[in-house]
Ligand binder design. Sequence first.
Ligand code: GLA
Length: 498
Amino acid sequence: MQIRIFFLAPLLAAACSAAGLTGNWAAGNPGSDGVTRKTYFDLKEEGSRITGHIRVTQFYYSIKESTGGPEGFTITGSMMDGHTERTVKYEGRLDGDTLRIGTRRRAEAPLSEMTARRAPAGEGAYPTRLPLPALHRVPDNGLARTPPMGWNSWNKFAGRVDDASVRGMADAMVTSGMKDAGYVYINIDDTWEGERDAQGNITSNRKFPDMKALSDYVHAKGLKLGIYSSPGPNTCAGYEGTHGHEEQDARTWAAWGIDYLKYDWCAARNLYTDEEMQAVYQKMGDALHAAGRPIVYSLCQYGRADVWAWGAEVGGNLWRTTGDIRDAWDSMTRIGFAQNEHAPFAKPGHWNDPDMLEIGNGGMNESEYQTHMSLWSILAAPLLAGNDLRDMPAAIGAILMNREAIAVDQDREGKQGRRVWQSGEREIWVRELAGGYRAVGVFNRAAEGAQIPLKWADLGIKTPSEARDLWAHKDVAVQAGGQAVTVPPHGVALWRVK
Ligand code: GLA
């Protein structure tokens, strides 16, 4: 046997180098969470062309262009993502029997290179599509009669979330007063996932040694625990997704004591079209229903495929209406002020989700964060804080825990507000509240302070009998016909009138 290997080895090596670039190549090392997220290059040298596929985190590209050969080449991968094309370009060279290959962030940026080694044929090959169910209505789970309130790990922690930080956030939710103000869910976003065991059960990675113990801890504080996955084979950060394990994962989460699922399209984009999204999301709606535990179902697919029209049908309690928010004034306002058209679709149990809060993450000032909180409240948006609650400055706590703004967000009628007036960068939005009240947001999007004319007729109402400033926490003297409201740069006056 040994002799045969001895003689075969040089032959194998020769075959490999003769194969040149042709073959399946994998790059990637285990991260500190113990998970290896590999990038695959499945290449074929055909004369002067290189063809094949590139699989990286949530993306799976077909190679559509190439230049050069083993001593130096480029490959450009392309994929359809909904109705838009995504491309990626790698530069590489064969170095002995490894592949040195990388990308550049910008054309002139340095190459960030990795080493890929030969992998067995078929490893990392993209899973195939699964048959989709016929559309039907998933029973309403009765949850989220008002927009969900809580905390989510992504905006502040991204891949650094772990068991200790989640426990710390649960502690701080109580001690900071957030829980008393109505915040309940502690949601773990992407990067908790480990591998599947021999029976196909999803496990958590090293950062989360015991999910059941963690949920017990969170529940003991009177809070609820949320988790994250994708209908695709991978999550957006390249961890294990749920594809083909819908019922099994829903049962696992139920057994762990999970109360909220954010289900993020991610790698499903490689397998299904936007037109098929409803059926894909319905599958998990059914699986959660079958698992028998009340679990809030949050659809995250960046507002594609008119999700507001069918989100409730698949059992969704909330659905993202936009791409990802950033902790910046332009990102927050671009998203927040673009929500007008979605208003008719919000109702108790089913909410538009313009993405999570950035309040307290440092990229905006206090006026801007007040605008963020006011606008999200008028929009009946989920209030998922995204900052570190363990060391929250008092001024940030005062914004997140403004009970009068929260009361607007949580109004039991669940009607989303709309824009009623606009002049350049000045806007007035109104939300109808229970008991004949209205919330009025007078927004100044300009970088200078402004006097904004508030005319009751523009709001479609007579001069109100009472008005209250929900940031000053004071009643306002109402003037017949209307009044000028002084609003700071990038700021807001949030009033409740009757
Ligand atoms: C997507 C989502 C984000 C976050 C990340 C995690 O970008 O829209 O909210 O969940 O994935 O990878």
